[in-house]
Structures are given as structure tokens and as C-alpha cells.
Design a protein around this ligand. Structure first.
Ligand SMILES: Nc1ncnc2c1ncn2[C@@H]1O[C@H](COP(=O)(O)OP(=O)(O)OP(=O)(O)O)[C@@H](O)[C@H]1O
Ligand SMILES: [Mg+2]
Length: 140
């Protein structure tokens, strides 16, 4: 599935992803987001999180590589950005494999360094820039 959308239209791919999660009864979904810097991964994540809890402020995980968003229904979304990770063995100390596919909804930007951790079913989204205000999102 492919979406071409402006920032104000991100609810459309968000709805599609939420429906896929529900239809497939995925207990602990893992969304892997790829695409160059500025292609809209964090902006999509913000729209996704706000679709569950409009009140939250979503920004890029910086210091601890993960932000947790409480969705007030007993569920959390864990948003990871592994950009600053340089070696796969740094992951062992972080304990992220305790989250991925095991609790809540995980959304991971710059996940490629950890690709061996994602052998189970995942939803992949590939972002690319069409023009200043438009992005393409391919869902796999
Ligand atoms: N259709 C669109 N969808 C998403 N972002 C858009 C769109 N149009 C313009 N933008 C802008 O593009 C930028 C995307 O930045 P964002 O931080 O989401 O990218 P990113 O892929 O997470 O980058 P990084 O790899 O650095 O984390 C934002 O400034 C956003 O306002
Ligand atoms: Mg980002």
C-alpha cells in the first residue's frame, strides 16, 4: 500500500496502520520506519500517537533513545530512534528487546542496526520526500 500525503493528511495512513493492527490481532505491534532525514518518520509517529491520545506532545527521542507515551488505556507506545547508536552490541545494555514485540506498540526509527532483533512479524513503512510539503509512505 502506498500513500502520497501532506502533513495534514497523515491521519489517512495512520488509520490504515491502526486497522491492519486490529485486523491481524497483533498483540504487540512493531512499526519499523525507514527513510532519509526529514522524510517524516517522527511527524508520522506524532500523528499516530495523537490518534490514541490527542493531548500528548511527541518529539524525537534524544537522550535515552526512547520515549514512552501512556495512552491511558493500559497501553503504551514506545518510540525509539537508534540514529545515535553506532554498534549493534550497544543494544545489549539498553534492554530494548524487552519491549520490541513484547509490550505495547513499538515504533522504531533508524532500526537497521538492530535488524536481527526484528525476526517476528513487523510492519515496515518507507518514507520519501516528494516535495517540500508532500511525502510518500510505502507500507509493507
Ligand atoms: N507530508 C509531510 N509529512 C511529514 N512531514 C512533512 C510533510 N510535509 C512536510 N513535512 C515536514 O518535514 C519534516 C519531517 O521531519 P521529521 O522529523 O518528521 O523527519 P524524520 O524522518 O523523523 O527525520 P530524522 O531521520 O532526522 O529523525 C518536518 O519539518 C515536517 O513538518
Ligand atoms: Mg525522526
Amino acid at each position: 500500500m502506498e500513500f502520497i500525503c501532506k502533513q495534514s493528511e497523515l491521519e489517512i495512513p495512520v488509520k490504515f496502520i491502526r486497522e491492519r493492527i486490529e485486523q491481524k490481532h497483533i498483540a504487540f505491534p512493531v512499526l519499523l520506519l525507514s527513510g532519509e532525514m526529514g522524510s517524516g518518520k517522527t511527524t508520522f509517529t506524532s500523528t499516530f500517537v495523537k490518534s490514541y491520545n490527542p493531548g500528548v506532545w511527541v518529539n524525537s527521542p534524544s537522550f535515552n533513545l526512547m520515549n514512552e507515551y501512556d495512552l491511558q488505556n493500559g497501553l503504551s507506545i514506545y518510540h525509539f530512534d537508534l540514529y545515535r547508536l553506532h554498534f549493534a552490541d550497544e543494544l545489549e545494555d539498553l534492554g530494548f528487546e524487552e519491549y520490541w514485540g513484547k509490550r505495547g506498540i513499538s515504533i522504531v526509527e533508524w532500526w537497521e542496526i538492530a535488524k536481527d532483533y526484528f525476526l517476528e512479524e513487523v510492519i515496515q513503512l518507507e518514507f520519501s520526500v516528494v516535495d517540500e510539503f508532500t511525502r510518500k509512505i510505502v507500507v509493507k
